[in-house]
Each structure stands twice: as structure tokens, then as C-alpha cells.
Ligand binder design. Structure first.
Ligand code: AMP
Ligand code: MG
Length: 551
């Protein structure tokens, strides 16, 4: 099945997905919190398909989304005065209320619980879709179970491509963190998961309206063995594959603490790059105060202006995903102590960070083996190739040393330019092209001049043209035998490009510099075909064997 991405323009675009929902299909759609993976909540088979697509454990319940307050009543056993109060105060909005369920909610949806979580999204696309479908829509986050929740359509496609028929693209989510989950089955509200509707907001309303409001945090822990009070809490959540460390500002502000962390890490992992999730000011300060060598090993994902917690929350999942994909060895992320959504933000960040708390030295890290792509300025062709190769790696694997199958190895691409100034981002068109083609994010890319060092760290060097390859061999004679142009490599391996691009490759991969978006996309597509064909040979040259299956 090919997943179709529907870029939302008006409600006409929702007709097909709404009909599919009504007929028992699964559709991914935007909400203000994160993207949801929806199906008819009253149809057990449709709900089962959600669990299957996500790989979600059966004891983790789904939230049921409705378009308006009137639709809540048939789904619940009763609406208590407390529930009524919070519905009036916060719905529609980024809040889920857990209430006793009615008979209509199938067990699979509530994971066997006698309660159901109900939410009315504020996002107009989500609400229009649900009312057009005419059914309550069960929807967890539209990610693969365990990975960070999706906050953009690209994230959904990355996790769900081929598994569902439609993704409705409504742009980035405004809040970026999942809803606040509040249990209102008792006489005080119990916050099971923090979100954009904060503890303070809830306690204020309760005080106003004469409801009790006690100590919340203790309740977020698990209850007994079986199905927990706050299901989902026991699962590994939001976790990128690389370790995440939280960095709090010290007296010298964020920059000082980030710099300290970076300096203590750089010598340890000689080739390791460090991912940073931080504010704009921190990036500027670090780039101007660290040495060039040090700065070159950093990959930034800037969430916005320093200290803007709402922006940090909105971008957290996108940042974790992007840095994870960029091949860094560790992610350092800004921690927040104050600010409205800080509790929810830290809840997600700490979960990401606790996935593996062992110090870097104790962790079995797969050895990385590098193929280096080289072009002129390292802002278009070679960064696109790098992203495309790394994307293929992510879709395949695991990979092993070809002489010892017990050793786990990760192939990785890097890129450099033969004539460039280090530190420039990829060109906008290149960024757009790989986003469109494979959903990859080049925003953290910084150009790098080719050097003895980066060559020494690469087992194989692939240059975009014969000219580039010859220049590298002339300037760095010790690389002899490891440097090829794309065409030389095809000749050496006997690889054959698809006919559609063969005649365009006579001088290597054409330089799209100074041309438009379409040309960049064409070049990106060409690079993808080339890399597809070369992939097994590159692995061989890196001394790697692995499963070549899966796309
Ligand atoms: P997701 O939609 O992926 O964010 O997951 C939904 C989460 O909402 C679950 O993991 C629970 O933490 C919470 N939730 C949903 N339904 C219930 C319920 N009936 N009781 C308690 N928590 C719930
Ligand atoms: Mg989720």
C-alpha cells in the first residue's frame, strides 16, 4: 500500500479520508498536540488495525476523539460535576478526560479498562474530519510505538509509510506535546500525564468552582502489576536511538553549561558528533567561542529564541528525531525549570533521557564506518547524498562486520567540499528537495572543507565528478585506492544505473547551483537512484554485511 499525503487546503480534501474512517479504515491526521492515527472507536477491527500499524502493546489504551461536547455523552457512563466543570473550562483543547466508559466503547479501545479517555481537539482539520466521518475516532499518536511522537506529516510518513492509506498534512502542530490526561472518575482530578493544560490551570478552575484538588504527582506512578492507572507510563516513550542528556542553565546561562558538557565529551568519542537542542543565542555563542575543530563536530537543532519554552516544547520531538537521524553520538538538550509548559516538556525530555542512563563509555556502541560524499561547496549535492545514504541505512539493517558476524557495525555517510568555507547551512532548495523526497531534515547541516582528518576517518570516498575525484587524489595522495568518482565507482563495481538517468550522468552528478527547486529535486532523485544501486557495493567496501531487505 502506498501512503498518500493529502496536503490540506479545504474540507473537500477530507471527504475521502472521512469516508474511509466511517468504513473502518485508518487515517493519520493533525491535531494541535501531535499527529494522530485514527480509526472508528466503535469498530473493534478498525481499532485493532491501529495497534498493528503502531506496534502498540495491547494494554495501552487509546484516546477517543470527538468533534463536540454533545458527542461525549453516549460514550461514557456518566458525566460527573467535576468532569462537567473541566469540559466547560478546557474543551475543545489539549486535554483528555478519563471517565467511566459506556458499553459502546469496545474493550480493545480502552485496553480492558472500565474507563475511556475523551478529547475534543481544537484543530479545525481534526474536528472537521471527525464530524464528517460521523464516528468517534480512537487515535493514539501516529508514530511507531516507542519513538518520539510525530509533530509534522513527514514524521508520520517516516514511521507509517506503506502501513496506512492517508496522511492529512496540516503543517506543524502548534503545541507539539501530547494532551494533558486527567482522571475525573473520583472527586478530585488526577493528572496522569502533564501537557499544555497545566496543573496550575486545573487547580485554579477547581478552586474557583469549589472542587477538591490534592497532590497529583504521586498518582502518576504505576499501580500494581497489571494494567496501570496511567497506562503508557511504563513503556519506553519518546526515545531516540542515541542517548539524550539534559543541560540546565548555570550561573553563566545555557551557553556555559552547554560548553562545559561539550568540552568534557569531545575528547572521549574521537569521531563522535554531538547534537544540540538549544536556543539561537546558544548556537551563536558556541560557534564564536569554540575552536573550529570543535564547532565542526556539533550538529545544532535550534528551537527558537533562547528560553522560549513554548517553542522548545513545539519543536522537541522534531528536534529529537532530526538529531537522531543526523548520526550524532549523543544529544544534549536544554532543560527548563520554569514556564507554563515546562512540566510537560521535562516529562517528555526526561523519558527520552532515561532510555539509557549508562555513561557513554559503558554503552555497547555499534562501530561506525564512513563513506564520504564529496562535491564542491558541501551545501547541495554531497549533503543530499549524505542524507539519502543515511536514510537508506535507517530503513535497512542491522549490519555486521563482514568477517565477524557477531560485531554490530553501523554504516554512515558524511560529506565534505573541495572548495568551501566551513559552517554554512545546506542550500534551501537542497533542504526542500530531501525533505520532499525522503522526509529528511538537512537544517542541522554545516558545510565542511575536505581535510586529512575527515579523509582518514572514511573508508570510501565518492566524489560527484571525475574532476573532484582527481583533485582529491592529487592533493591527498595517501587516499589512493579509496577515492572514486560516481562514474569510476560504477565502472569498478559493474553497477548499472537506471536508463532514465544514465545519459544525464556522463559528467557525473550535475551541479544544480543557481537553478530552481525542480532541478534540485531532480538531482536528489538522481542521487537516490545512484545510492540505491551502489548501496550493496558501498557496504562491501566498508567491510559490512547485513540484511538488504526492507525499504
Ligand atoms: P497516546 O495517544 O499515544 O499519547 O497514548 C494515550 C495515552 O493516554 C495512554 O498511554 C494513557 O497514558 C492515556 N490514556 C488513554 N486512555 C486512558 C484511560 N482510560 N485511563 C488512563 N489513561 C488513559
Ligand atoms: Mg503516543
Amino acid at each position: 500500500m502506498k501512503t498518500e499525503r493529502i496536503v490540506f487546503k479545504n474540507n473537500e480534501d477530507l471527504v475521502r479520508p472521512a469516508r474511509l474512517l466511517a468504513e473502518g479504515g485508518v487515517v493519520a491526521f493533525p491535531t494541535e498536540t501531535v499527529y494522530g492515527l485514527g480509526a472508528d472507536a466503535l469498530n473493534p477491527e478498525a481499532v485493532a488495525d491501529i495497534f498493528r500499524a503502531k506496534g502498540r502493546p495491547a494494554d495501552n489504551p487509546l484516546i477517543v476523539h470527538v468533534a463536540d461536547k454533545e458527542s461525549i455523552r453516549p460514550l461514557v457512563a456518566e458525566i460527573t460535576p467535576l468532569a462537567e466543570c473541566l469540559i466547560r473550562a478546557f474543551m475543545p483543547g489539549p486535554i483528555t478526560l478519563v471517565m467511566k466508559k459506556s458499553e459502546r466503547i469496545p474493550d480493545i479501545c480502552s485496553a480492558g479498562l472500565r474507563t475511556v479517555g475523551i478529547r475534543i481537539p481544537v484543530n479545525p482539520i481534526a474536528r472537521a474530519l471527525i464530524s464528517m466521518a460521523g464516528v468517534p475516532v480512537a487515535a493514539p499518536s501516529a508514530n511507531e510505538s516507542g519513538s518520539p511522537s510525530p509533530t509534522r506529516a513527514e514524521h508520520v510518513i517516516r514511521d507509517m509509510d506503506g502501513k496506512i492509506p492517508f496522511v492529512i498534512d496540516g503543517g506543524p502542530c502548534e503545541v507539539g506535546l501530547e494532551s494533558t490526561v486527567v482522571d475525573v472518575t473520583g472527586d478530585e482530578p488526577v493528572i496522569l500525564r502533564p501537557g499544555a493544560v497545566t496543573e496550575e490551570m486545573i487547580s485554579n478552575i477547581c478552586a474557583d468552582q469549589g472542587f477538591l484538588f490534592g497532590d497529583l504527582r504521586s498518582e502518576t506512578t504505576l499501580v500494581g502489576e497489571g494494567t496501570p492507572r496511567a497506562p503508557g507510563m511504563k513503556y519506553r516513550h519518546y526515545a531516540p536511538r542515541v542517548p539524550v542528556r539534559v543541560v540546565f542553565p548555570e550561573s553563566g546561562g545555557y551557553s556555559d553549561s552547554f560548553r562545559g558538557e561539550i568540552r568534557s565529551r569531545l575528547p572521549a568519542g574521537e569521531h563522535e558528533r554531538i547534537g544540540l537542542f538549544c536556543g539561537q543565542g546558544v548556537q551563536e555563542e558556541l560557534e564564536s567561542t569554540l575552536s573550529r575543530e570543535q564547532a565542526e563536530r556539533l550538529v545544532f537543532y535550534v528551537y527558537g529564541a533562547d528560553g522560549d519554552i513554548e517553542a522548545a516544547a513545539r519543536n522537541l520531538f522534531a528536534g529529537l528525531r532530526s538529531l537522531d537521524k543526523s548520526g550524532v553520538g549523543v544529544i544534549l538538550a536544554a532543560g527548563f525549570e520554569v514556564g507554563k509548559i515546562a512540566t510537560a516538556y521535562m516529562n517528555r525530555l526526561e523519558k527520552a533521557a532515561s532510555a539509557d542512563t549508562r555513561p557513554a563509555g559503558d554503552r555497547p556502541l555499534a562501530e561506525r564506518r564512513t563513506v564520504l560524499f564529496v562535491c564542491t561547496g558541501n551545501t547541495c549535492r554531497s549533503p543530499m547524498a549524505e542524507a539519502i545514504f543515511n536514510d537508506s541505512v535507517e530503513r535497512r539493517g542491522p549490519f555486521f562486520d563482514s568477517t565477524d558476524q557477531r560485531i554490530l557495525v553501523t554504516p554512515q555517510a558524511r560529506s565534505a567540499g573541495i572548495s568551501t568555507v566551513s559552517g554554512h547551512p545546506a542550500s534551501d532548495y537542497a533542504e526542500d528537495a530531501v525533505r520532499e523526497l525522503i522526509g529528511a531534515d538537512l537544517s542541522g547541516h554545516r558545510s565542511r572543507m575536505i581535510s586529512d582528518r575527515v579523509l582518514a576517518e572514511s573508508r570510501l570516498v565518492l566524489a560527484v565528478s571525475d574532476y573532484h575525484a582527481a583533485r582529491i587524489r592529487a592533493e591527498f595522495p595517501e587516499t589512493e585506492g579509496r577515492v572514486f568518482s560516481i562514474n569510476e565507482y560504477a565502472e569498478k563495481t559493474g553497477a548499472i544505473f537506471p536508463g532514465s538517468i544514465r545519459f544525464k550522468m556522463t559528467d557525473g552528478v550535475p551541479d544544480p547551483f543557481c537553478s530552481g527547486a525542480d532541478e534540485y529535486l531532480e538531482i536528489a532523485g538522481m542521487l537516490r537512484s545512484v545510492i540505491e544501486v551502489f548501496f550493496p557495493y558501498i557496504l562491501m567496501d566498508l567491510g559490512i554485511s547485513g540484511s538488504h531487505n526492507g525499504t
